[in-house]
Design a protein around this ligand. Sequence first.
Ligand code: PAF
Length: 296
Amino acid sequence: MITVNHIAQLRSFCDDARRAGRRVGLVPTMGYFHEGHRSLMRAARVENDVVVVSIFVNPTQFSPSEDLDAYPRDLERDDAIARDEGVDVLFTPDTAEMYPRPPLTTVHVGDLTAELCGASRPYHFDGVATVVTKLFAITGPCRAYFGRKDYQQLAVVRRLVADLDLPVDVVGCPLVREPDGVAMSSRNAYLSAEERAAATALVRALDRAAEAVRAGERDAATLRGLVVAEVDGEPLATLDYAEVVDAGDLSRIDHLEDSTDVLVALAARIGKTRLIDNATIEVRGAQVRVDLGVRS
Ligand code: PAF
């Protein structure tokens, strides 16, 4: 594995690889790897000749009141994990490399970013969309890998790729959970033992909604109410949002019609730490398929 810090180095490496007919897969990350990141690297390793993993804690997707400075970092450990997963190139630019001047150009993905996390983090998805577009422009990947835990982010990236005709396949990979069901996140590192136990409220809330759909409930407000009640029942949790939306365009729905694919998404603060989670539910007549991801 080689580590590169400069855009020009990575661009020339990827240009040479493509010229030699090799397929380049990109896994964009902010580092502090966990099993979810490993699963993205493994998927990329299977499907590409060259695997590039970027680690860049992107300041433009944090608002001034958020955790940019505190965001967990451990480059030495990440380096060892990336080697272990057979990564070819670790791209670790600093902020001056990625943003040598205040950018006048940003990528804004309209309606998809207005609700859910976008409602409480108004600039977040512009920051994500812009840095992901830059990483695509630098690397020129055939495929890029994103986890479904950040479902809205995945939808935003898919849409920007479609709208801008970018020649990259966006691959959505399963959400990965801890054995007790908590969705893996670098931010879990902030949680005290008590908060870590309280964080199970998020997956319990999703389970409750999923069970209700399996039992025949189709009213979106009722399902949302179950999620809210479960999170509100946890004293250390404060709900940011819980929504039941169309899994394709993220628009709100009233009723789970037959043949609908639905996203149940929520964000909550456990102490000071904001966590997100989601489940997708496919309704096909009496058949209901719930995707809560995989447990490690
Ligand atoms: O999901 C993340 O880690 C980040 O939002 C991403 C996609 C690397 C952009 O900074």
